[in-house]
Design a protein around this ligand. Structure first.
Ligand code: ADP
Length: 480
């Protein structure tokens, strides 16, 4: 089977969050089980500067009134992997447009148009025709529609939702740029003037199958969407396709080539299950001295500073947590109001809190290895990778009981769970975790259990294979 996977990021070439991890690791594990999986993403300037690739072709698209020429570059995932990645090059794809939501929507609509034409190019000039196109998140939501309605290309698609809170809602003017007719779009929000398109929603209606990144989040998407704009789209999809149509939930794994304390190139000291006490202590000593912190139980937070990540809950009990005489290190970037709350806290406790507001891969690795606990107070978490990485490095997660966190953490065995949004429970759980920390036998048992938990992609890769096969068979059979 041949599968083309697309999204806006893929590690290590370009990564800003968990989607980048997934697009960087899933194709490699699919190859191991015999699937010819390839990836296509934009050719950002950052990639051009850091990685070698070879130009293998060009094609043109019409976007608005302009004819745009697209360069196709090919490279391979590092570490001797044979997995190809294609980069689509055009000035409109060089950097992510952050000036307003409609600009971003236009940019990714353009990317979607390019990916659809790339499939066409692949079939003709590239001599490689995917059996299925795997789209990821709203950034790729218009591809199924463009493929079918504009290019009349018959290829089944899967749309995976990594995060429902980003839907690509914006002006329907984007349709003019794509030369898509209103009648081809299923659910435009009309008003005076006619206004909005929901790109993820259109993706849900036009794709052959929808999945998300954990079984619990799949249930949450279906059951809790009543107050979400996506509800209309899910209902309409079910009406069109019947009650048997479901949102599949396949848990992400982590890339053991990247996330392994036994071989992690960023670390001062490698360690595994047998010597984690010593290994973590050395990494911790390095981390704390580097940051000018004293040796105390150390907690970290790693992630996008978005409301989703629940820092508001943490901030409400931060003084009480700090009074337990612990260090807390924050690493993340994002919403300015969330960052401001962390800056305030760091200013109040300069000897116990450190915060870095950037994307810093190196520091992230040092935190996973050198901290004792990782705080994950997310309000919702479709899958979450940081808890899995933390556990792999023997850093116990203290996380809210939601989505993928619930699916991956066994409370009291390999981490701690508390009720979502409940600040008192968060404080109690931190207190409990510190009690365990001081009890060498109990702590060792928990860390061992965390490090032993299997977060490899093996099982999920087989589930994706089964889903891809089902989609292709259904597509041939029903011709959706
Ligand atoms: P999400 O996809 O919602 O951003 P995940 O937990 O699924 O969250 O994945 C986050 C990924 O991004 C992890 O690999 C984490 O280490 C990484 N990450 C997040 N923020 C940063 C940062 N500021 N610096 C370095 N890595 C980060």
């Amino acid at each position: 089977m041949r599968v083309l996977i697309t999204g806006y990021e893929a590690a290590p070439f370009f990564k800003r969050g968990g989607l980048g991890d997934v697009l960087g690791s899933l194709p490699k594990v699919l190859w191991k089980i015999g699937i010819d999986a390839r990836v296509v993403i934009p050719y950002y300037e950052e990639i051009r500067e850091k990685y070698q690739s070879k130009k293998i072709g060009t094609f043109s698209v019409i976007f608005g009134k302009n004819i745009e020429r697209i360069g196709i570059y090919k490279s391979y995932f590092p570490k001797n992997s044979k997995v190809p990645i294609y980069f689509l090059e055009n000035k409109n794809l060089a950097v992510i447009n952050t000036r307003g939501r409609n600009k971003k929507i236009d940019q990714f609509a353009f990317f979607d148009l390019c990916v659809a034409h790339f499939v066409l190019w692949s079939l003709t000039d590239g001599k490689w025709m995917p059996d299925l196109l795997h789209c990821n998140d709203w950034h790729t939501g218009l591809i199924p529609l463009i493929l079918r309605k504009e290019l009349k290309l018959s290829i089944p698609t899967l749309l995976t939702i990594h995060n429902l809170s980003y839907q690509g809602r914006g002006s329907i003017k984007v349709l003019d740029l794509l030369h898509v007719q209103d009648k081809d779009v299923k659910e435009l929000k009309r008003g005076t003037p006619a206004t909005e398109i929901n790109i993820l929603g259109e993706g849900i209606l036009h794709t052959d199958a929808v999945s998300t990144v954990s079984p619990t989040y799949a249930r949450e998407v279906v059951e809790n969407s009543d107050h979400d704009p996506i509800h209309t789209f899910l209902l309409k999809r079910q009406k069109e396709r019947g009650a048997k149509d479901e949102v599949f939930g396949i848990l992400n794994g982590i890339d053991y080539e990247v996330w392994d304390p036994r071989h992690d190139g960023f670390l001062k000291e490698w360690y595994g299950l047998s010597d984690f006490r010593l290994g973590k202590a050395k990494n911790k000593a390095y981390l704390l001295s580097h940051l000018g912190l004293k040796n105390k139980p150390t907690f970290c937070f790693i992630g996008r500073m978005a409301h989703q990540k629940g820092l508001d809950t943490l901030m409400k009990v931060l003084p009480e947590i700090i009074s337990l005489d612990v260090n807390i290190i924050f690493l993340g970037a994002g919403e300015k109001t969330v960052e401001a709350s962390v800056i305030r806290a760091a200013g109040q406790y300069p000897s116990l809190i450190r915060a870095e507001f950037s994307y810093n891969e190196r520091l992230a690795h040092h935190l996973y290895a050198g901290c004792d606990f990782i705080l994950i107070p997310s309000h919702f978490e479709p899958c979450g990778l940081i808890q899995m990485i933390g556990m792999r490095y023997g850093t116990l997660p203290i996380a809210s009981e939601t989505g993928g966190l619930k699916d991956t953490i066994i409370n009291g065995k390999n981490g701690f769970l508390f009720e979502n949004g409940n600040k008192r429970q968060l404080l109690q759980t931190v207190t409990k975790a510190l009690r365990v920390y001081k009890n060498s036998k109990a702590y060792t048992a928990m860390v061992r259990s965390a490090m032993e938990t299997n977060f490899s992609w093996d099982k999920s890769a087989l589930q994706y294979q089964a889903l891809y096969e089902k989609i292709v068979v259904d597509y041939d059979h029903y011709g959706f």
